[in-house]
Write a protein that binds this ligand. Structure first.
Ligand code: B16
Ligand code: MG
Length: 227
């Protein structure tokens, strides 16, 4: 009885998707661009260190890559611009086939339930990525790194997405692949599905390997967290 009451308190009315790592996997393109930048500057960088950049903003990623190595501000900015130019070039190769398995089915299922759909991404390239995937029109709202909001794990990107959908945070479920994104969703007062290994997204209310194993009936019946 108690559970049923809690569910009717806050039925799911919308899904807020992270982009990189959830709807598509651009981690490889990010990795190659950071790797080339590191090599040009004689810095060490590998795939393991790249894992720590998942869901992290561009400037914070560069700080992690520099790992205490000091560069002046002009160099820091130039490095950010170089990495991004390289990454954006790599996006030319991205297309509709790069939408991850299960994404189209989940979006369709959500739409048939009358749920509203938004994307909230840290990336400043989110619009380009969505356009290349052919997914732009699938979402009513896109909040991204160009919005000038504090980065995840701050809740701001998700709260802005809910506002643009006209929904209360408690009616939204976030779908995220990064630890920082799961923390941001919880801080926003939203339920959250973690995509990936439990070591990374174990704080989520529900953990799946990918959208292809996500069941929206399970999402609809996620209890509201007592936090
Ligand atoms: P950009 P998400 C994040 O996107 C990526 O996961 C992260 O690797 C990247 O550094 C960040 O966007 C910033 O991207 O350099 O394109 O502005 O996962 O929040 O959709
Ligand atoms: Mg992500």
């Amino acid at each position: 009885v108690e559970d049923a009451a809690r569910l009717t308190d806050a039925p799911v009315e919308g899904l807020v998707f992270d982009l990189d790592g959830v709807l598509t996997d651009t981690a490889e393109q990010h990795y190659q661009a950071w790797k080339r930048l590191a090599e040009r500057h004689g810095l060490v960088f590998d795939r393991e260190r790249n894992e720590g950049l998942r869901g992290v903003s561009r400037a914070e990623s560069l700080r992690l890559l520099l790992d205490g190595v000091h560069v002046d501000e002009a160099t820091f900015e130039r490095m950010l611009a170089d990495k991004n130019a390289d990454y954006v070039r790599a996006l030319d190769g991205l297309g509709p086939d790069d939408v991850l398995p299960g994404a189209h089915r989940v979006l369709e299922d959500a739409r048939s339930r009358g749920w509203r759909l938004a994307v909230a991404s840290s990336s400043r390239n989110a619009r380009t990525v969505l356009d290349r995937l052919g997914l732009t029109s699938a979402f009513e709202a896109l909040v991204d790194g160009t919005a000038g909001l504090p980065a995840k794990p701050a809740p701001d990107l998700f709260l802005q997405a809910a506002e643009e959908l006209g929904l209360a945070p408690a009616g939204c479920v976030v779908i995220e692949d990064a630890a920082s994104g799961v923390a941001a969703a919880i801080a926003a007062g939203m339920r959250v599905v973690g995509v990936g290994p439990v070591q990374r997204v174990g704080d989520a209310d529900l953990v799946v390997d990918g959208l292809d194993s996500l069941d929206l009936d399970a999402v609809a019946s996620l209890p509201v967290r007592d936090r």
